[in-house]
Design a protein around this ligand. Structure first.
Ligand code: SF4
Length: 432
């Protein structure tokens, strides 16, 4: 295990009111999270004519294969080009080899319209300039396939940051919006069914046009410009937001769309920006909101008053802790997040119960010590930590399930609460 790292108490930089700023414990020690390659697992399903070519090692290939499971498509949408160890003199060969792999792939698979070269940790890959390779190969395959690069390396990214890096790589390539009319952009890879629910709600509100990033097809990526107003659907898209702002787009500040209140606030931010009349907004969301409240109430019976501890994993922790505290009645003991985007989460932070301890980064030994001392009713953590904690009699929830399950919006709010109730029910069943 890692040596103990010094702890520092820091203050939030940009939260709205000084009195409301919770103290943030900064941790810099050993991490127990997946790397950004994991994002390929959901991104390859989302962009249907894209392909993710990881330039990496056998470890990367194993991670992807075990995380994504058996491919159900006749034609897979990701693969790993394994780079063997070599010295600097061998790097020219490496580039030639990469070109050959890409040429072969694209000649076999003309259906691929967008190819991502995804970087990883091995030193041979770090020595390779994948952005330059992507530009070179894009020129070569111009008109047929666009080729972009981003890093999913475990040195640079944790778990969900792979999606951020991927979407940020797409932004400079988005067409310029020259229509002169305001448009709404939803940012973040959502399951199609959830995305469709939101698109129906925005249509019912009278907001148009509404685009999504990423689009389901490479040729349908959204235009962006100074009249673009965007809503982040995920709290881990800091680089993507910055890239969109560099193109003139403006982020709409809102809670993230988890639970009845989070979803209402998120929709309301767009309604306000697009001048939708308040009564029309309320009428339009009323049924969905009431449905969500009813569904949450089922699980809330079991969850109210229970203490929950979030270990840092996906950056979803703060919005989910806010949902559990304000809509379900749970008590957050500590909320850990791998990275705290103070501006994007400022609104969420003010809704957490006063004094909720927040930690940023990871020092797994110290955090486990705090979990053991607090003995929460439920610990939300990575796969690797769940089994040891269960063996110590603690009840755990795999954080990764919260990334893979549809949890956004009114119609998923009950399922979201249920995801936290299930482990408690299982534990109660074991101890009866
Ligand atoms: S990118 Fe790095 S951390 Fe991720 S699987 Fe490959 S070697 Fe492991």
């Amino acid at each position: 295990m890692s040596p103990s790292a010094p702890l520092a108490i820091a203050r939030c930089a940009t939260a709205p009111h000084a009195a409301e700023r919770p103290p943030v414990l900064r941790e810099r020690g050993q991490r127990e999270v997946f790397c950004g390659l994991t994002g390929i697992v959901w991104l390859h399903r989302k962009i249907q004519d894209a392909f993710f070519l990881v330039v990496g090692s056998r470890t990367c290939a194993h991670l992807l294969q075990s995380a994504a499971g058996v491919m159900v498509f006749a034609e897979p949408r990701f693969a790993t080009a394994i780079i063997e160890e070599r010295d600097l003199a061998g790097m020219a060969d490496c580039n030639d080899e990469l070109d050959r792999v890409v040429d072969r792939l694209l000649s076999r698979r003309p259906d691929i319209k967008l190819l991502f070269l995804v970087g990883s940790c091995p030193s041979e890959v770090i020595k390779l300039d994948l952005s330059r390779a992507a530009a070179r190969l894009s020129n070569k395959h111009a008109g047929a396939t666009r080729i972009l690069a981003y890093s999913g390396s475990g040195i640079e990214t944790t778990f969900t940051e792979g999606e951020d890096a991927c979407l940020a790589a797409l932004v400079p390539d988005l067409p310029a919006d020259r229509s002169g009319a305001a448009s709404l952009l939803l940012v973040g890879a959502l399951p199609d069914v959830v995305e469709d629910q939101f698109l129906r709600l925005f249509a019912a509100l009278g907001i148009a046009p509404v685009h999504v990033l990423p689009a389901r097809r490479a040729g349908a990526m959204p235009p962006v410009g100074a009249n673009t107003r965007f809503l982040l659907a995920q709290p881990f898209l800091g680089e993507t937001a910055r890239a969109l702002e560099n193109r003139g787009a403006v982020r709409l500040d809102a809670l993230f769309p988890f639970g009845a209140d989070g979803t209402t606030d998120w929709l309301h931010a767009a309604a306000t920006a697009f001048g939708i009349e308040e009564m029309h907004f309320r009428r339009t969301v009323a049924k969905g909101r009431a449905r969500a409240k009813r569904a949450i109430a089922h699980a809330a019976d079991r969850l109210a008053g229970k203490r929950v501890f979030f270990l840092p994993d996906s950056q979803l922790e703060i919005p989910l802790a806010r949902f559990l505290a304000t809509e379900v009645g749970m008590v957050p003991v500590e909320v850990g997040t791998p990275y705290l985007h103070r501006a994007h989460l400022a609104r969420e932070l003010t809704r957490l119960p006063a004094g909720t301890p927040i930690s940023e980064g990871q020092d797994v030994d110290r955090q486990l010590d705090r979990v053991r001392a607090a003995r929460p009713d439920l610990t939300v953590c990575g796969l690797g930590l769940a089994n040891p904690l269960e063996a110590e009699g603690l009840t755990t929830k795999w954080a990764i399930e919260l990334v893979f399950a549809p949890i956004h919006g009114f119609d998923q709010a009950g399922d979201l609460a249920e995801l936290f109730a299930r482990p408690l029910r299982r534990r109660a069943g074991l101890t009866v």
